[in-house]
Design a protein around this ligand. Structure first.
Ligand SMILES: O=c1[nH]c(=O)c2[nH]c(=O)[nH]c2[nH]1
Length: 307
């Protein structure tokens, strides 16, 4: 933060959407692959650039972009998006005296290994749907804040969902129901409790595995067991069950936010001037919509005890 002539300046600068792909090759011919879009934002003492046009304290954003490629090259073992974000943030905060903090965001493109005739391919990948995200903040002293998440997880169940007993007034048209579709596109982000670089787990791909496990818990809670399912009385109740399960299962996650739009599938009824009606809705024909949609969002975290 800087001050000049009674005005306060808060600033950061960085490079956005630096796209990098990295291949790692095992000795036996198996390849591993990641594609990332990296955003870097540096908190740095470079006020003369703002106040007098003097750039001597500026890390050029072009240098930041090159650093992404240089560090990708240096990472000779496959690593998670989280660990790559840490590598970058650590570099910027330790290498430049001017840089007091770094925020690195990464969105990983969901490339998945293909299977051909039931066998995992050595070097073939196809694009999946939901994306793995992370944000890492590091300061010079090694204090860390790490959040990871999922974007674009589209899920739907054709039954075991209802909504009833809500407020009724002169504008309420929606009937109570215990039978409807439930569809959403989950955006999740969760905060890890590791608060310093030195407290991070050393196990390779720890955060990749966590991401997969969190996703699995979220899906299990949304759908329930494969035959019986699990009845949802509202998006709100299901969201809470999903968030609670993640906090209960993973002690290193201290906070989770879920955003779950309620994507409506409207019953189709086509009356006819004469009998019989053309289409009478029987939980079978729907009009899918995504506008307008309900917006349900909540965060769940552990209450810290002072004892
Ligand atoms: O699960 C739901 N939550 C709501 O808050 C809501 N509101 C609404 O019209 N339908 C639903 N469904």
């Amino acid at each position: 933060m800087g001050e000049l002539k009674g005005l306060k300046l808060d600033q950061q600068h960085g490079k956005s959407r630096v796209r990098v792909a990295r291949v790692w090759k095992d000795g036996d011919g198996k390849h591993h692959f990641s594609e990332w879009s990296v955003n870097i934002s540096l908190l740095s003492n470079c006020l003369p650039a703002y106040f007098s046009g003097d750039n001597y304290d500026i890390v050029a954003t072009d240098t930041m972009k090159n650093t992404v490629y240089a560090k990708a090259k240096e990472c000779s073992e496959q690593l998670s998006a989280e660990d790559f974000a840490v590598v970058l943030a650590k570099h910027f905060t330790s290498f430049y005296q001017q840089v007091t903090g770094a925020i690195v965001n990464i969105v990983e493109k969901p490339w998945e290994r293909v299977s051909i005739n039931g066998q995992q391919h050595d070097h073939g990948f196809k694009l999946g749907s939901e994306r793995h995200t992370t944000e890492v903040m590091v300061d010079k002293s090694g204090t860390l804040r790490m959040t990871s998440g999922i974007e674009g997880l589209s899920i739907l169940k054709t039954t075991k969902s209802g909504f009833e007993g809500f407020i009724r007034d002169q504008y309420t048209m929606l009937p109570d129901t215990r039978e409807r579709m439930m569809a959403t596109e989950v955006t999740a982000s969760w905060r890890y409790s590791f608060d310093s670089l030195s407290s991070l787990p050393l196990k390779p791909l720890y955060f990749t595995e966590r991401y997969t496990d969190v996703k699995e818990v979220l899906l299990n809670m949304f759908f329930g067991p494969s035959k019986e399912g699990a009845y949802s009385p509202s998006v709100q109740a299901t969201l809470h069950e999903m968030a609670k399960a993640v906090l209960e299962r993973f002690p290193d996650i201290s906070f989770i936010q879920l955003r779950m739009p309620n994507l409506h599938f409207l019953p189709v009824n086509l009356p006819s001037k004469d009998n019989p009606v053309i289409v009478k809705f029987d939980d079978d024909v729907y009009l899918p919509t995504d506008e307008p949609h309900g917006t349900i969002q909540a965060t769940l975290s552990h209450i810290r005890s002072n004892m």
